[in-house]
Every structure is written in structure tokens, then in C-alpha cells.
Write a protein that binds this ligand. Structure first.
Ligand SMILES: [Zn+2]
Length: 113
């Protein structure tokens, strides 16, 4: 097991897990509910974490994550948007709803730079 990524926003961690799984890298997310414990005062700042199960996948996983971050940094980031299908609030870096997969409405998509 190796920790390869953590982020305050679990939707980003979940997105990266999807990328790793698409590449055949087995992974799991820890602390998924760390930020939403009902009524609890957080003892420490704990972010959702993405762990890979096989240490030999580490280099590939980190390359995929780096590529994602480079792409995210280079892409125009639109404002957060609300999914027309399920009503979920979606971060501007995503071009489809993390919850139901609906694509961003064309009017909101900042498109290629
Ligand atoms: Zn949706």
C-alpha cells in the first residue's frame, strides 16, 4: 500500500481514483468521510487520501496524477456549476458531473484555451 495523493475535496480524489482504475491500477480511498462526521469537531485536519494497493504501480500512478494536475493547471477553469440532471454542485475544473456523469451544459463550458 502506498499513499499517492490527498486533497481536501474528495471529488478530486475520487476522480483520480477513476483515472487509476482506468489504467488498471487498484486503489482505495481512505478518510472519505473525514470531513463530514456529524457534529464532531475535527481533532486534526484529515483529508481524503488515495492509496494504491500494489507498490509496483507507484511510478505509473504518480505519472498519471502529475499529468492530471498539469492538465488541470493548464486548462481554463470555469466557475462552479450546478448539474442540470441531478442538481449537484460541481467544481469548475470538471467538465462532467461527478455524481451522475452528465456533461457540463455547453453554455457553461469554457472550452479549449
Ligand atoms: Zn449530476
Amino acid at each position: 500500500m502506498k499513499l499517492v495523493f490527498d486533497h481536501i475535496d474528495f471529488t478530486v480524489v475520487g476522480h483520480l481514483q477513476g483515472l487509476l482504475e482506468a489504467a488498471g491500477i487498484r486503489s482505495e480511498i481512505r478518510n472519505l468521510n473525514a470531513s463530514s462526521a456529524a457534529g464532531a469537531v475535527p481533532v486534526a485536519q484529515v483529508y481524503p487520501e488515495l492509496w494504491i494497493l500494489e507498490n509496483r504501480d507507484e511510478a505509473r500512478a504518480k505519472a498519471l496524477i502529475q499529468a492530471y494536475r498539469d492538465e488541470a493547471a493548464a486548462a481554463p477553469v470555469g466557475p462552479d456549476w450546478t448539474c442540470p440532471s441531478c442538481g449537484e454542485k460541481v467544481d469548475g475544473v470538471f467538465s462532467s458531473c461527478w455524481n451522475c456523469g452528465t456533461a457540463i451544459p455547453a453554455a457553461l463550458d469554457p472550452g479549449p484555451a
